[in-house]
Design a protein around this ligand. Structure first.
Ligand code: NDP
Ligand code: DGY
Length: 349
């Protein structure tokens, strides 16, 4: 391990404690349970984690994702692993950890970065953060939809670079929601919260595609093709799976309306990004708003960066103090539970 890496790793305390066995007048060393965290948590949860007694805490202190080799090294002997969506938790990580690993808990509701099959085979529990981030993420999806529909990127650019001159009747005209159709792909927790928010802006028809009909929702489950053809605003809120991977390709964009606004808050992997760039360039659709891309961060020379009808945000859907603090606390609750052999409160079943 080089010295910079070592200085970015917080290890506390030493991995064994000595227990006095009075009946035998002898001392035995007991291995402390090891908790590995690939990032620091929000302050209150971080303090809780550091206050946990009788654990060995190994935590990456770096500003960026814990390097892969460091993760493989640190996870050895871990009982619980706190990870982020940017850490790939595959068989290699599970194998490196060893058979005592009981829990992997991720600071996200999305779990496409975790090899669930191997986790199941090895009887490792998976913790995650459903529900608590729904509002924050739906707020951001609504913001992105508005931003893309109302040419916010061009507007801000014009103010800052002198492009804002006299008032012009047709300048930067975009699209409004009144009496329009919203199509949500994946009407789960976040999808429903997005529909509720955009409904307040005047949407008068909700259509959605997915695997199951949602009871009690004022909307119509339709085949994806129909959604692509009929929706004015398409917001993608499904999880990334082998079925949804790259489901938005050139053909899909070609089916959309010319005035369609395409928004993705799910995962970058659901979109064939070069095809989206092409579709935006050719004005097959009017605009796009993305909170997620492939890769993340999106390289500065990616074709999407230079398109003024594409608003890109750096994966900040759940980034509010309230939400991220709650998510962080859920990580500590899960770790505490597993160390005490209790039921994990936020377990992915
Ligand atoms: P849910 O499990 O509630 O919703 C996921 C939805 O995906 C379900 O409605 C499911 O449909 C749908 N889905 C699954 N397979 C398909 C398919 N083949 N076609 C269409 N829809 C499909 O999860 P959440 O709403 O809580 O989160 C959704 C996703 O949002 C997460 O997996 C994550 O990737 C992403 N996310 C992004 C954030 C960000 O910061 N940008 C923040 C939080 C989440 P059905 O119900 O019919 O099975
Ligand atoms: C998630 O939870 O899946 C997001 O992408 C980050 O909050």
């Amino acid at each position: 391990m080089n010295s910079l890496r070592r200085s970015l790793l917080f290890c506390y305390p030493r991995p064994t404690i000595k227990i006095q066995c009075s009946s035998f007048h002898s001392t035995v060393s007991v291995m402390l349970p090891k908790v590995v965290a690939t990032r620091r948590l929000l302050p209150d949860s971080q303090a809780r984690l550091e206050r946990l007694k009788n654990i060995e805490l190994v935590q990456w202190q770096g500003e960026h994702t814990m390097p892969r080799e460091q993760l493989l090294e640190s996870v050895k002997g871990a009982d619980a692993l706190i990870c982020m969506l940017s850490d790939k938790i595959d068989k290699q990580v599970f194998d490196a950890a060893g058979p005592q690993l009981k829990l992997v808990t991720t600071l996200s509701v999305g779990h496409d970065h975790i090899d669930l099959k191997t986790a199941r085979e090895k009887k490792i529990k998976i913790g995650y953060t459903p529900d608590v981030l729904t509002d924050a993420t739906a707020d951001l999806a609504a913001l992105l939809t508005l931003a893309a529909a109302r040419n916010m990127k061009q507007g801000i650019d014009a103010v800052q670079n002198g492009g804002w001159q006299d008032w012009r009747a047709a300048w930067l005209c975009g699209y409004q929601f009144t009496n329009k159709t919203l199509g949500v792909v994946g009407l789960g927790r976040i999808g429903q919260a997005v529909a509720k928010r955009l409904g307040a802006f005047g949407i008068n028809r909700l259509i959605y595609s997915g695997r199951t009909k949602k009871e009690g929702v004022d909307g119509e489950l339709v085949p994806l093709d129909q959604l692509l053809k009929e929706a004015d605003f398409i917001v993608v809120c499904c999880s990334l799976t082998s079925d949804t991977k790259e489901m938005f390709d050139y053909d899909a964009f070609k089916k959309m309306k010319k005035n369609a606004i395409f928004v993705n808050i799910s995962r970058g992997g659901v979109v064939k990004q070069a095809d989206l760039a092409q579709a935006l360039k050719e004005k097959l659709i009017a605009g796009a708003g993305l909170d997620v891309t492939t890769p993340e961060p999106l390289p500065l020379d990616d074709p999407l960066q230079s398109l003024d009808n594409c608003v890109v945000l750096p994966h900040i859907g759940s980034a509010t103090w309230d939400t991220r603090s709650t998510m962080s606390d859920m990580m500590v609750d899960n770790v505490l539970a597993v160390l005490e052999n209790k039921t994990i409160p936020y377990e992915l079943k």
